[in-house]
Design a protein around this ligand. Structure first.
Ligand SMILES: NC(=O)c1ccc[n+]([C@@H]2O[C@H](COP(=O)([O-])OP(=O)(O)OC[C@H]3O[C@@H](n4cnc5c(N)ncnc54)[C@H](OP(=O)(O)O)[C@@H]3O)[C@@H](O)[C@H]2O)c1
Length: 305
């Protein structure tokens, strides 16, 4: 019998890339993606004979059917409607836990978490992951918590501002020589796919950190944009005292701006997450450079309206 893997919510960035890699895997698992709105499942998946899109909502618990699953990948989705992160995380993770209780075949749960989320305070938006990990860490016999650095793709808006006149890239990573852990979704999905498909002999819950080939800073961001677009861009550093205004202007709802500021400050020199770039024996080092990710995003049309 082929393994059955459920990815929930499937429309998350990490969910999408993991489904892609599961469908390419030689192990040929059956893959079920749970969407709030299944019509959002990409055609590249729905045309695949080993993929099925199902409706389900982690916020309400509605039709969250995991009964056929051998392994589940849960990505705690963010909330932007002003709900307290801890309350939101508890509610959604509680629904996933209930669904797992009614699914006796599930023997492995992989949780997308984040570097730094082992702290219980001072990490802003990552409280979502701290609380989720706490609720679900013993939900099944084998729980794997993956803690990647910042998604490289999260900086793709720099490809858009590079089209402005004059071309510019903003960086909240300061000072200019500071670097933070960043990793591509491809590298994250590779680790998650392996964890979903293979039993681990390690004790549960098991934490795996995922880093990129190196940490990156403001000058690396500028360089990656210039490499991808072929254009010289100005670099503008967003200083600590400008962070709230910056996130407010970049689409973060007012109720959540404070959490983004707290998270960013935790990544800056002396912050709680600063220094998390050191690998240990439970760290996977990715292969994808920031320049490769930006070249690919640009080739696919990012920043070119
Ligand atoms: N972004 C990073 O750099 C980073 C780094 C490390 C860890 N993480 C973690 O990765 C996770 C995802 O964060 P993200 O900001 O990158 O989000 P994301 O992957 O962009 O996911 C957002 C999507 O989740 C879906 N969703 C939201 N609420 C849902 C619900 N109630 N039921 C089903 N689907 C729902 C929505 O899809 P539809 O609108 O299509 O339904 C929404 O577009 C978080 O736990 C975050 O802490 C992120």
């Amino acid at each position: 019998m082929p393994l059955q893997i459920v990815v929930v919510p499937a429309s998350t960035k990490a969910g999408r890339e993991t489904i892609r890699q599961l469908l390419e895997s030689q192990r040929k698992p059956l893959v079920r993606g749970i969407y709030r709105d299944p019509s959002k499942a990409p055609v590249e998946f729905t045309q695949h004979p080993r993929f099925e899109a199902k409706e389900g909502n982690v916020a309400t618990g509605t039709s969250l059917d995991l009964s056929s699953a051998d392994a589940v990948f849960y990505i705690p989705p963010p909330t932007y409607d002003g709900t307290d992160q801890g309350e939101w995380a508890t509610r959604c993770a509680g629904h996933v836990k209930d669904a797992i209780r009614q699914a006796p075949n599930v023997r492995r749960l992989v949780l997308l978490s984040a570097l730094g989320s082992h702290h219980d305070h001072g990490i802003g938006v990552l409280r979502l992951n701290h609380v989720t990990d706490t609720v679900l860490k013993d939900a099944v016999r084998e729980v794997v918590i993956v803690r990647p650095g910042f998604f490289q793709e999260e900086f793709a808006s720099a490809l858009e501002t590079a089209q402005a006149d004059p071309p510019v890239v903003h960086s909240w990573i300061t000072p200019i020589d500071h670097k933070i852990p960043m990793v591509s979704l491809k590298d994250i999905a590779r680790t998650v796919t392996n964890a979903l498909l293979a039993e681990s002999a390690k004790p549960s819950p098991h934490v795996t950190k995922i880093l990129g080939p190196r940490p990156y800073g403001a000058l690396d961001l500028k360089h990656a944009v210039e490499q991808a677009t072929g254009k010289a861009v100005d670099l503008r550093l967003v200083e600590k005292e400008e962070l709230a205004a910056f996130f407010g202007q970049h689409g973060i709802p007012e109720a959540h701006v404070g959490e983004f500021v707290e998270f960013s400050e935790a990544c800056l020199p002396g912050g709680l997450i600063d220094g998390a770039t050191e690998p240990d024996e439970n760290t996977v080092i990715g292969e994808t450079e920031l320049t490769d990710t930006f070249r690919e995003l640009y080739a696919k049309g990012a920043g070119r309206a």
